[in-house]
Design a protein around this ligand. Structure first.
Ligand code: SF4
Length: 424
């Protein structure tokens, strides 16, 4: 196992646990099964009892060593509900038995929603598992990519499952939604569709592209920041709405960070990422979405049966992910919005030529979106409050000019070698 010689041993407070190694649908953009990585289909169908026991033991060992008193398990897949109801009962019981009272385990699940019914909601309520559902807005947007194995759209079944969960008396909170941004769909229709469904909590994700597999050129035909333009249409509606009740994490993170709040968010920001992924066979990896960088890219040789979380946190890719908003490429290190953007989500920085020594493939979008939101926030603040801060308005073009001017003077950052360690 490759290890870096780090003096600090970084900590992990959340694990994405791949409890099921298969999925019951076949989304064409899926980073696990349809992005060129062949390792996911070799995983066992379900995590074994032995692997669960090793996993919770490793979590206990790690939490006690780092004085962590709350640890979050995100139960994931494939499609996690394929693991079956008994698996979840046993998993939660085992985690509580091993971790309590020193460490409080918290549980969430991310499902495609196809199998959600009242029995599942009752179980999640009993086990105190918060529920997230993947839904890409309108039927048109969702059914472009989220297909079953016959190539048919899954929207109708997902919405049926979502509505059962929204109305279930067993769940203390309605499900949150993960929505992959689809710029071929009308953004305001997507926003309206979520409102019509009574959704109260959404997170928008930029599609998983790297510099080797960039977003389609056609999307940037009319604008160099088409993904920002799409999000800005939703932001402007959401931000100025008088009676809005929907929480949108992507926007709340940016507005909150501009105002000085300190949020953890692995896609943006300036914090260290304290997360690991545990595969169905117990393999410990940095971040599952990095599978989109190449076949077998995330394999680091660590497994809960044989390695501690400390071992796993010291593998090269885990270190790069952990410090991805701190060890920035040259352009990001002089960017005026770097403390909000942090170079973006690490998979989006990858190229086989430079490894992770690139700004996000969505750099123009992030710069446009963040400057737009910053200016909108400043506009609604009383001038005396703005005067007490170092906040200042900045247009996208001004930010580009600052970056161009500073880049001419700047030398490569000291960590360039590490950022390039995964180049081919
Ligand atoms: S906007 Fe671009 S240059 Fe600035 S931090 Fe983000 S990715 Fe880097």
């Amino acid at each position: 196992m490759d290890q870096l010689q780090e003096t600090e041993i970084p900590k992990c407070v959340m694990a994405v646990v791949k409890v099921a190694g298969r999925c019951n649908i076949n989304c064409t953009y899926c980073y696990m099964y349809n992005s060129g990585d062949s390792t996911s289909v070799q995983q066992p169908k379900r995590m074994s009892d032995d692997t669960v026991a090793h996993l919770v033991g490793r979590v206990r060992e790690h939490c006690l060593a780092h004085s962590i008193n709350r640890f979050t398990f995100i139960l994931h897949g494939g499609e996690p509900l394929l693991a079956g109801m008994d698996f979840f009962r046993d998993f939660v019981a085992k985690a509580k038995q091993v971790l309590l009272p020193e460490v409080k385990p918290l549980f969430g699940i991310q499902t495609n929603g196809m199998l959600l019914n009242e029995d599942w909601c009752t179980l999640f309520g009993e086990l105190n598992i918060t529920v997230g559902v993947s839904l890409d807005g309108t039927k048109e947007a969702h059914d472009m990519y989220r297909l079953d194995f016959k190539g048919l759209g899954t929207y109708d079944k997902v919405v049926a499952g979502l509505q059962i969960a929204q109305q279930s008396p067993a769940l203390p909170h309605p499900p949150g939604i993960l929505c992959v941004q689809n710029v071929d769909a009308d953004p305001l229709n997507v926003y309206a569709a979520f409102k019509d469904l009574g959704v109260t909590n959404v997170d928008f994700l930029l599609p998983d592209h790297t510099h080797d597999t960039p977003p389609p050129e056609a999307h940037y035909q009319h604008s160099p920041h088409a993904y920002a333009d799409w999000l800005i249409k939703i932001f402007d509606t959401w931000f100025y709405e008088k009676e809005g009740t929907m929480r949108i994490r992507f926007f709340e993170f940016i507005t909150g960070t501009i105002l000085g709040c300190d949020y953890d968010f692995d896609s943006l920001g300036f914090n260290k990422n304290e997360l690991l992924v545990v595969e169905t066979d117990g393999g410990i990896e940095a971040l599952d979405v990095l599978k989109s960088c190449g076949d077998g890219f995330t394999k680091a040789g660590a497994n809960v049966a044989t390695h501690s979380f400390d071992d796993a946190m010291q593998t090269e890719l885990a270190q790069l992910y952990h410090y991805s908003h701190i060890r920035l490429p040259e352009k990001c290190s002089i960017c005026p919005v770097r403390e909000i953007c942090g170079g973006g989500y690490i998979p989006h920085r990858y190229s086989s030529i430079n490894g992770f020594n690139n700004p996000s493939v969505y750099c123009n979008d992030l710069l446009k979106l963040i400057t737009h939101i910053q200016n909108a926030v400043i506009d609604i603040l009383p001038p005396e409050i703005v005067a007490e801060t170092d906040l200042g308005k900045l247009t996208y073009d001004e930010a580009l000019a600052i970056i161009a001017g500073e880049l001419a003077k700047k030398e490569d950052p000291a960590h360039t070698f590490e950022l390039e360690s995964f180049k081919q």
